[in-house]
Design a protein around this ligand. Structure first.
Ligand code: GAR
Length: 211
């Protein structure tokens, strides 16, 4: 059975959706860069080993990433899932896990990389927003896209309502993609995501009907 590690920084709702999805793999650890991340308690309550590595205790990004990589490697994972992990990772770290490092981002990339994605979407006036699961490469939020889910932006939306609607889709999308990977169906090939030997198609796009 394939082994995976989840990295979090906070609430951990995406982590919970992964842990509760009966994925065909074993979650061998949940690691947070914030000792007070709420997600650590809910992982522990599910019997998953948890580790906190406080990034503030490190003099440089490189030192933190080296400690993080050493911890991860101790679990010998096949897959590393960033789930609300809010640290920019060094190129060296990203390359070490290239092809087995996934992230979920709360926008339809390449639109709205970075933070405050829901505010960015509202400010831009887009009618569609959503989330993206992608392979992580050194380009921030710029790695090959695997799957996306879209939600309509409604006239009455604010950051909170829009974030909530996107989060529902995140919780459905990320376990689906993680399952593909753990089943050996998904890989990074020549800078592209490949699912069952082809570019991810219909199953990698979810557009719910408007309310
Ligand atoms: C999620 O919306 C996730 O997509 C986002 O942070 C939130 C974490 O919530 N991640 C990023 O913005 C990464 N750039 P969670 O801790 O409840 O999963």
């Amino acid at each position: 059975m394939k082994r995976y590690v989840i990295l979090i920084s906070g609430r951990g709702s995406n982590m919970e959706s992964l842990l509760d999805a009966s994925l065909p793999g074993e979650c061998v650890a949940v690691i947070s860069n914030k000792p007070d991340a709420a997600g650590l308690a809910s992982a522990a309550a599910r019997g998953i080993p948890t580790v906190a590595i406080d990034h503030k205790q490190f003099a440089s990004r490189e030192d933190f990433d080296a400690a993080l990589a050493a911890e991860i490697d101790g679990y010998a994972p096949d897959l590393v899932l960033l789930a609300g992990f809010m640290r920019i990772l060094t190129d060296g770290f990203v390359r070490r896990y290239e092809g087995r490092l996934l992230n979920i981002h709360p926008s339809l990339l390449p639109l709205f990389p970075g933070v405050k994605t829901h505010a960015q979407a509202l400010a831009a006036g887009v009618r569609l927003h959503g989330c993206t699961v992608h392979f992580v490469t050194p380009a921030l939020d710029g790695g090959p896209i695997i799957a996306q889910a879209a939600v309509p932006v409604l006239a009455r939306d604010n950051e909170v309502t829009l974030a909530a609607r996107v989060l529902i889709e995140e919780h459905a999308l990320y376990p689906r993609v993680a399952q593909w990977y753990l089943e050996g169906r998904l890989r990074l090939d020549g800078g592209r995501a490949v699912l069952d030997g082809e570019a991810p198609a219909a199953g990698a796009l979810h557009v719910p009907a408007p309310d």
